[in-house]
Structures are given as C-alpha cells and as structure tokens.
Ligand binder design. Structure first.
Ligand SMILES: [Zn+2]
Length: 274
C-alpha cells in the first residue's frame, strides 16, 4: 500500500468520480493523499457566472476532500476548458514540480491512452501528468526546479483512470468506501443538479424511462442528489461485477516499465527452472 499519493486532475470533482473509493480506502490504511486540480471548474453550470462558480467549486472541492480525508487540495486555477491552450510543456512542468515537492509513491491521473475522451482538459492533464511522472527522476528535465532546491523523484506506481478505461488491470474493492465516495461527490452541490440534468437529457434521448431514476423515486428536492448517488453506485457495481466484487473502481495500473517487467519475468522463469 502506498504511503504518499498525488492525484493530478482537471476539475474539482474528478478525483472523487474516478478514484474516490480507492483514495478513501488508502487513507483508511494510513496513506497521505494530495489532490492537485488544474482548473477552477468555472464553466460547469447552467446558472452561476464564472467568477462565482470558481469560488463555489473551490469550497466544494475542499469539503469533498475533507469527506475522503485527503491531506491537501491544491489548485492551479486555470480556466475550465482551456488547458489545451497553454504553452506546450507548461502543465507538465507544473505537475513535475508538484511531484518533486510532494514525492508521491503513487500518482493517480487520467489515462492518456483511454479512448473516446471528449474533454480537452482531461486529455491535457492525462499527457502532462504521464510525462511529468515519467521524467521527474531525470535531473535534466526542468532543471530550474532543482536550482530552486527541489530534488528529483521516481514515481513507483501509476494509477490511470478514464471514462472508458482501456486495459484495466487493477480493480480496487471499494465495497467499504462506496458511501464515502458518494458523500464526497454530493459535496459538489453545484454539479449535482447540473450533471443530473445533463445525464437525464442523454438518457431520455437514449429512450431510457428517466422518470424512474432513481428507482423508487425521490422527494422532489432530493431527486438530483439521490439520482446521482444511484448512478455512481451503479457504475461502481458494474465495475465490481466484472471482477466478482460488490463495488469496485478500475484502473490501468503501471508499476514498472515494460523492459523491467520483462527482466523480472525472465528471472522468475529462471528460478522456476531450478
Ligand atoms: Zn473532469
């Protein structure tokens, strides 16, 4: 189990959506988790203006982090939807600085190689974070950070998540922490009604009987929160069912480079031959 974990994400609710149950579980086992959010989330509303929304979402992210028990929630404060417009290498450098400062054993982030990712911020974070984690141990990458007194750092484990995970090879049993994940997500109050409405529009187009979500109904004011909670549980239940667990989150987990894996495998088979 990792001791120090850094989550590199795009939006104030990404960590909870994609890894909230796993992070809560790791924290329960003693891990120190930091979350670094690249944008301020200032386009995720049908109602609030951007400046107000950014303020609201910052507070929501802090509260959600509190529910999970994360040690630190930090922000780079870029505008939502604009990470693809940054100078090349800028976000990678900021993520590398965060890694060199916090020295995580494990990094969680979006999978740059998961398909069908339509959000430019998710794609930008995915590549910048992968590259930062791959090169933070090399002193000639962003050497000005070492001149600032930071040290190189080797990230031993990477957990990649995505809306459509490809090559998922690690399912984490979150049966004990699914309700923490749900509770943390519901702290993102500005997103609950917004996302539920957006999801129901899609479901209605797909011919789903949206009046029956959540099943059994909900009191009028409670419907978005209970509907979102139901959707989040069903997603985790489906991910769990695929691997014989009640609730799970799935990741593409990378520990060693392919070359080192090959060496380890060769050593194992040599041992077996004896
Ligand atoms: Zn996002």
């Amino acid at each position: 189990m990792s001791h120090r974990v850094l989550v590199l994400t795009a939006h104030p609710d990404d960590a909870e959506f994609f890894a909230g149950g796993t992070l809560a579980k790791m924290i329960g086992a003693g891990a120190e988790v930091s979350v670094l959010i690249a944008t301020n989330g200032d386009t995720g509303s049908f109602e609030l203006d951007r400046a107000r929304l950014a303020e609201v979402r910052r507070m929501e992210a802090l509260r959600a982090g509190g529910v999970l028990g994360v040690r630190e929630v930090a922000f780079l404060d870029y505008h939502n939807g604009e990470l693809d417009q940054l100078a090349p290498g800028r976000l990678r450098g900021q993520f590398m600085r965060a890694i060199r400062e916090r020295k995580p054993d494990a990094v969680f982030t979006f999978d740059p190689f998961a398909p069908f990712e339509g959000h430019p911020d998710h794609r930008a974070v995915a590549f910048a974070a992968l590259e930062a984690a791959n090169f933070s141990s090399f002193p000639l990458h962003y050497p000005e950070q070492l001149a600032d007194g930071l040290e190189t750092h080797l990230v031993a484990e990477k957990y990649f998540f995505g809306k459509y995970p490809m090559h998922a090879n690690k399912a984490v049993d979150i049966s004990d922490t699914i309700e923490k994940k749900v509770a943390a997500l519901l702290e993102h109050e500005s997103q609950v009604a917004f996302l539920f409405q957006a999801w129901m529009q899609q479901a209605a187009l797909a011919g789903v009987d949206v009046d029956n979500i959540p099943p059994g109904g909900a009191a009028e004011g409670e419907r978005p929160a209970q509907g979102m909670a139901w959707i989040v549980r069903e997603q985790a239940r489906a991910d769990g069912a695929a691997v014989g667990l009640e609730f799970a989150e799935q990741f593409r987990y990378v520990r060693f480079s392919k070359m080192i894996e090959t060496v380890l495998e060769a050593r194992r088979s040599m041992t077996n031959d004896k």
